[in-house]
Design a protein around this ligand. Structure first.
Ligand SMILES: Nc1ncnc2c1ncn2[C@@H]1O[C@H](COP(=O)(O)OP(=O)(O)OP(=O)(O)O)[C@@H](O)[C@H]1O
Ligand SMILES: [Mg+2]
Length: 407
């Protein structure tokens, strides 16, 4: 029996999950400056949420548009790019003494009304390089303020390796859900990783430069932020698990849970006890960590475990097609979780999703997206896979730094 024939018939949900709101975040206008292939793009969008299909030849700049939108959330965008990478090659600085810098601005509508949000590379600061964030014309130091004004979830071709890649990729996936639930999560992760890097630098550097008090302070910070971020990941995974439990038409149900030593500690006792255990484990592991140059204990050892409920097996043991269906289910589930937490559906960015699904799943996905009331950006080289959306989605042609509406 092949995988497809064992799946249930289409039961495309006509209603979103009961807790999922009908309201949605959506972009009403988007402006890119020196962002990858776009010297300057100003783009007004149809009023209200709905499906937007970007088509155009390979290399036209479709993914670049989705990436620009993904920068309206904390983090490094859907390509996990370096901060300078999106700056258009050959761009000129805006003022003497500055360096060329990309910028993305958007008018965003959500439950709290209309917000003008903007972000980009700081053209002045170089060491360290910085990302600037503006919300309603006010500079925001914390990327978290972006997360409050907007919510976005994406699915891109590299994510199809989610279940084959290392655990780091899966932790990044659950981190994005956690950031949507609590915008401080991104800072916690950053603070933990910074302290962990600094600790390894001390441990692997000259012995006389390794100040024990500084080392202990770093480990205390790692224990505190590490436990807090593990708790946030567990909470996000529990919500994702509940949202993904049932199948969505041809997309299977999934069980999701964080798995690792720190999760075991947190299951056994209070968070404070887990924090103390982590601090002890770090202190005990100094010799080993100095030798390996890596942190042996803590949340960076944990994984997001996903099971295919129909197959009743771990995602990594599923077929390629089953994994794709599972990934779509996870992304739709994550969108439901964000929607319930934020009171409005996140914008969805789906890159090349149509080309990678069979017709049955593609049509079920479109039906569910149309039903959801979300703003969904679909990108694909050819129009053909989107043909059934004619009259139900806005089509745009992308070419040479411009976007033109199609009939
Ligand atoms: N910083 C940059 N400045 C200018 N161009 C860039 C920059 N970074 C990437 N590019 C160019 O952007 C183009 C890729 O754009 P994009 O990935 O959006 O294409 P696409 O339309 O999604 O194509 P495909 O259908 O192959 O996925 C490439 O030609 C690449 O060389
Ligand atoms: Mg692309």
């Amino acid at each position: 029996m092949n995988a497809a024939s064992s799946l249930p018939p289409i039961l495309a949900r006509s209603e979103p999950a009961p807790s999922a709101p009908r309201e949605a975040f959506f972009l009403a206008a988007l402006a890119l400056t020196d962002f990858r292939t776009y010297p300057r793009l100003r783009f007004e969008l149809p009023a209200g949420p709905g499906l937007i299909a970007l088509t155009g030849p390979n290399g036209a700049g479709k993914t670049n548009v989705l990436e620009a939108i993904s920068f309206l959330a904390p983090g490094r965008g859907l390509r996990a790019a370096g901060l300078q990478d999106p700056t258009r090659w050959g761009a000129s600085p805006a003022a003497p003494g500055q360096r060329p810098a990309w910028a993305v601005a958007a008018r965003v509508r959500g439950p709290a009304g209309t917000r003008e949000v903007g972000t980009g590379l700081d053209p002045v600061a170089t060491a360290p390089e910085r990302r600037l964030v503006h919300v309603d014309g006010t500079p925001a130091r914390v990327q978290g303020r972006l997360a409050e004004a907007f919510a976005v979830q994406w699915l891109t071709p590299p994510m199809e390796r989610l279940f084959q890649d290392g655990a780091r990729t899966r932790r990044k996936f659950i981190d994005r859900v956690a950031v949507g639930l609590d915008s401080l999560h991104a800072e916690r992760v950053q603070s933990y990783e910074q302290a962990a890097r600094e600790r390894i630098r001390l441990l692997t550097g000259p012995a006389e430069a390794c100040d024990p008090a500084w080392l202990a302070a770093l480990e205390a910070r790692m224990a505190e932020t590490g436990t807090a971020l593990a708790c946030a990941r567990i909470a996000a995974a529990e919500k994702l698990d509940a949202a993904c439990l049932g199948s969505r038409g041809p997309f299977p149900g999934a069980r999701v849970a964080m798995a690792g030593e720190i999760e075991d500690w947190l299951a056994q006792g209070p968070a404070l006890a887990a924090e103390e255990r982590l601090a002890r484990a770090l202190a005990l592991a100094r010799g080993r960590d100095a030798a390996t140059g890596a942190t042996g204990a803590g949340p960076q050892r944990s994984d997001m475990a996903v099971r295919h409920t129909l197959r009743d097996q771990p995602a990594e043991q599923c077929s390629t097609g089953e994994q794709k269906a599972l990934l779509v289910a996870l992304v739709l589930g994550a969108a439901d979780v964000l929607a319930a937490a934020r009171g409005a559906r996140p914008v969805l960015l789906l890159d090349e999703v149509a080309a990678h699904l069979d017709r049955l799943r593609r049509e079920a996905l479109f039906a569910s997206l149309l039903d959801s009331g979300a703003q969904v950006w679909l990108a694909g080289a050819d129009r053909e896979p989107f043909e059934s959306l004619s009259g139900r989605a806005r089509f745009y042609a992308v070419a040479e730094g411009a976007i033109e509406p199609l009939p």
